[in-house]
Design a protein around this ligand. Structure first.
Ligand SMILES: Cc1cc2nc3c(=O)[nH]c(=O)nc-3n(C[C@H](O)[C@H](O)[C@H](O)COP(=O)(O)OP(=O)(O)OC[C@H]3O[C@@H](n4cnc5c(N)ncnc54)[C@H](O)[C@@H]3O)c2cc1C
Length: 283
C-alpha cells in the first residue's frame, strides 16, 4: 500500500486528483485503522493529512469555521462558547480521552456512521461542509452531504477542508443527550441534539432537533421541529413534538438495541432536551 504523508493542501489535492478512487484519506485514523485491521477497506493508497496546518484552525468571530482536523478534545473544552454547547457535549462523548485527542471532526463527518455523535449537534446548527479538489471548491449543507449509512456525496478527488456554522442569536439554548449502556467509551444507542430560540415573550421562534443512531444516518426530526415552533414551550407543545419526533425516521434493530427500545427512548430524550434548552436560553 502506498503512503502519502503530505504537509500542504495543494499536495494533498494532487494526490487525490491522481489516486482518488483507491485512495483513503487518513486523518486521526481512529476509524480508518480499525477498518483496515478488520479488512473492511482495502485502499491502494493512504493519504495522511494530519500535518496540514491549513486544516486545523477554529474561527469564532461571528460565524464559526472549524478546520477538518479540529479534534474532539479541542471542541470538548468549549472553545465555541455557550451558543454551541451541544457541539462541545457531543465531542466530549466520542470514545475516551485517547480517541478524542486524535479523532477529528472531519473524520467523524466523512466516516458517516449512523452513530456519529457530533453530527446531530452540527445538524441543529445548520452546519455546512466545504470540499476542495484541484478543480475547485464547493460548500453544501451537511444534511445534503450525508446520504445514507456510511455514504456521503464526497467525490473521490475531494477533501473536506472546513465545517461552517452561523452564529447563534440571542435567546438560544442547545444540548446534546446520548444514551449508551455505559457513561463512557460507548457508541450511542440513541443521540439527540436540540437547539431552540425564543423571543422576549417566550415564543419558540426557531427549533432544530436531530438524531443519531436511530435510522441509517443521522438526520433532522423535522416533525418535532414544526411542533415546537410558534408559541411558548408549554407541556402540550412538548407533547406534540415528542409524538412527532420519529415522523419520517425508521428506527433500526441492531446489536446495541431494538427498534422498539429506540422508539420508547427518543420521545423521553426530546422532553429532557426541551427543558434544558429553555433553561440555557434563560426562558
Ligand atoms: C475506541 C473508539 C471509540 C469510539 N467512540 C466513538 C463514539 O463514541 N462516537 C463517535 O461518533 N465515534 C466514535 N469513534 C469513531 C471515531 O473516533 C470518530 O469517528 C472520529 O471522529 C474519526 O476521526 P479520525 O480523524 O480518526 O478519522 P479517520 O479514521 O482518519 O477517518 C475517518 C473517515 O473519514 C475520512 N476522512 C477523514 N478526514 C477526511 C477529510 N478531511 N476529507 C475527506 N475524508 C476524510 C477517512 O477517509 C475515513 O473514511 C470511536 C473510535 C474508537 C477507535
Amino acid at each position: 500500500m502506498e503512503l502519502h504523508a503530505v504537509d500542504s493542501l495543494d499536495a494533498a489535492l494532487d494526490v487525490l486528483a491522481t489516486r482518488g478512487e483507491r485512495c483513503q484519506v487518513l486523518a486521526g485514523g481512529t476509524d480508518v485503522m480499525v477498518q483496515l485491521a478488520r479488512g473492511e477497506i482495502t485502499p491502494a493508497a493512504l493519504l495522511h493529512v494530519e500535518r496540514i496546518e491549513a486544516l486545523r484552525g477554529i474561527e469564532v468571530d461571528g460565524p464559526i469555521t472549524l478546520g477538518a482536523l479540529v479534534t474532539h478534545r479541542e471542541l470538548a473544552k468549549g472553545v465555541l462558547g455557550d451558543g454551541f454547547r451541544s457541539v462541545a457535549e457531543s465531542a466530549a462523548t466520542v470514545g475516551g480521552r485517547q480517541t478524542q485527542v486524535v479523532g477529528t471532526i472531519g473524520g467523524n463527518v466523512c466516516n458517516a456512521s449512523p452513530a456519529a455523535d457530533t453530527v446531530p449537534a452540527l445538524l441543529v446548527h445548520d452546519a455546512t461542509v466545504t470540499l476542495r479538489s484541484s478543480a475547485g471548491s464547493r460548500t453544501v449543507p451537511l444534511s445534503a452531504f450525508l446520504v445514507g449509512r456510511r455514504a456521503t456525496t464526497r467525490a473521490p478527488d475531494e477533501l473536506l477542508t472546513a465545517i461552517g456554522m452561523p452564529a447563534t442569536g440571542e435567546g438560544s439554548g442547545d444540548v446534546y443527550l446520548k444514551v449508551g449502556r455505559r457513561s463512557a467509551m460507548e457508541v450511542a444507542i440513541v443521540g439527540l441534539a436540540m437547539r431552540l430560540r425564543f423571543d422576549e415573550a417566550g415564543t419558540v421562534t426557531e427549533a432544530r432537533v436531530a438524531l443519531a443512531s436511530v435510522g441509517p444516518r443521522p438526520q433532522r426530526a423535522t416533525g418535532a421541529e414544526a411542533a415546537l415552533v410558534g408559541g411558548p414551550l408549554e407541556p402540550d407543545r412538548v407533547d406534540a413534538a415528542a409524538s412527532a419526533v420519529l415522523d419520517g425516521v425508521e428506527p433500526v434493530d441492531d446489536l446495541r438495541a431494538t427498534a422498539a427500545y429506540r422508539r420508547r427512548v427518543v420521545p423521553g430524550l426530546l422532553r429532557r432536551a426541551a427543558g434544558i434548552c429553555a433553561q440555557r436560553a434563560g426562558r
